[in-house]
Design a protein around this ligand. Structure first.
Ligand SMILES: *Cc1c(COP(=O)(O)O)cnc(C)c1O
Length: 385
């Protein structure tokens, strides 16, 4: 087992990506919205039940389009977790909005729906639940609060493709949802993303925003005889080469998910004894959620020197990493956002969380090595401290 080197992530390729790219190359169709884009969007719509799916360059871009179509304007407030990636907040700050950071639940590390109401003010416009690790937020509670106060819900489902909440695809529950196909996610195209539109009133403007503010999408469908500048927008549509790559991945999505699910379950079983000994806490999956095995994380005991632990794991070839620096405590978060209540669970979890190597083709033996190295490092800390 010595000399193993297990990277944190290793992108999985199906083998068909280059065939489809070659086809786009042969056909001479390179700009966006060709046949591969249509195939991917059709797949996403039928899989998720969304009224419309639009491919974008990234989940970040999809969130930016969402903020524009919801007409978020300066001074508006948007409720979101602090325990998330920067794009969740940036997309709204770009429109002049104020992110209001609400604490997370201790079990799933997702936005705590019980704390949302206290953070609502007359300026609140939207709620952005983030499905951390592909595990669903408590969407019934969140949707009920949104309805009561007339707010819009945009699901940041960057990590949540192929996960469900009560048998509904994540990203298909709020008015809008966003996916990421970044290399580090389950289904990839290098960089890439999609906007899911579940409330049809936003479809026309989302198409315009994605097409540089023009109605070119309608022109291509023959609905107008020329296309013109309609509204603000940008260049948000990926070219066909990216869509061709993504098409190969989507066709294998269920297989990729099944492989990841069995790796996730293997860690879960390997680490159960360490949890019983109080050396770590494993992820908690609510009964309402079927998840996509995007990530395997553990929470280490509060007194652990995490930086030293990670450095020690790295020395033994284990590519484990920490995750978010909470947005409310980061320079831009302090400048543009504010805390909506205390953020104790956010601070606690972000200080104690480590993510273990998990990728589609990781082998059981590699995982057993990771678990063994992690276990002995944590035991050492416990004896020392
Ligand atoms: C990865 C991620 C993003 C950004 O996705 P990109 O496609 O890289 O823009 C946004 N939010 C969350 C929660 C993410 O995990």
């Amino acid at each position: 087992m010595h000399g193993m080197k297990i990277p944190f992530n290793k992108p999985y390729m199906t083998g068909r990506e280059l065939d489809y790219i070659a086809q786009a190359h042969r056909d001479g169709v390179l700009a966006g919205d060709g046949q591969f884009t249509a195939l991917c969007q059709g797949w996403l719509e039928s899989y998720s039940g969304a009224r419309k799916a639009l491919l974008t360059h990234s989940c970040t871009a999809a969130l930016e389009i969402a903020a524009i179509v919801l007409d978020i304007t300066p001074g508006d407030e948007v409720i979101m977790p602090s325990f998330t990636f920067v794009s969740t907040a940036n997309a709204f700050v770009l429109r002049g909005a104020v992110p209001v950071f609400v604490d997370i639940r201790a079990d799933t590390l997702n936005l705590d729906e019980a704390l949302i109401e206290a953070a609502i003010t007359p300026k609140t416009r939207a709620i952005v639940p983030v499905h951390y690790a592909g595990v669903a937020c408590e969407m019934d509670g969140i949707m009920a609060i949104a309805k009561k106060y007339g707010l819009t819900v945009i699901e940041d489902a960057a990590q949540g493709m192929l996960s469900c909440y009560k048998d509904r695809a994540l990203g298909s529950i709020g008015q809008l949802g966003t996916y990421s196909f970044h290399e580090t996610k389950n289904i990839i195209s290098g960089e890439g993303g999609a906007l899911l539109i579940n409330d049809p009133q936003y479809i026309a403007q989302a198409e315009i925003c994605r097409e540089k503010g023009t109605d070119r999408s309608r022109f291509f469908r023959g609905e107008v005889d020329k296309y013109t500048w309609q509204d603000i927008g940008s260049s948000h549509l990926p070219g066909e080469l990216i869509a061709a790559f993504l098409w190969a991945q989507l066709q294998e999505a269920q297989h990729i998910n099944a492989r990841r699910a069995s790796a996730w379950q293997h860690y879960h079983e390997l680490l159960a004894p360490l949890e019983r000994e109080g050396l770590l806490r494993r992820p908690i999956i609510p009964d309402d959620c079927r998840h996509n095995a995007h990530m395997y994380y553990v929470l280490v005991p509060p007194q652990t020197d995490r930086a030293r632990l990670l450095a020690g794991l790295k020395e033994q070839g284990v590519g484990a990493v920490f995750h978010y620096i909470p947005l409310h405590s980061s320079p831009a978060g302090r400048k543009h956002g504010r805390a909506g209540g205390t953020l104790r669970t956010t601070e606690d979890a972000s200080a104690r969380l480590i993510r273990l190597p998990l990728w589609t083709e990781i082998s059981p033996q590699q995982q057993e090595y990771v678990a063994k190295i992690l276990g002995s490092a944590l035991l050492q800390y416990k004896m020392a401290g």
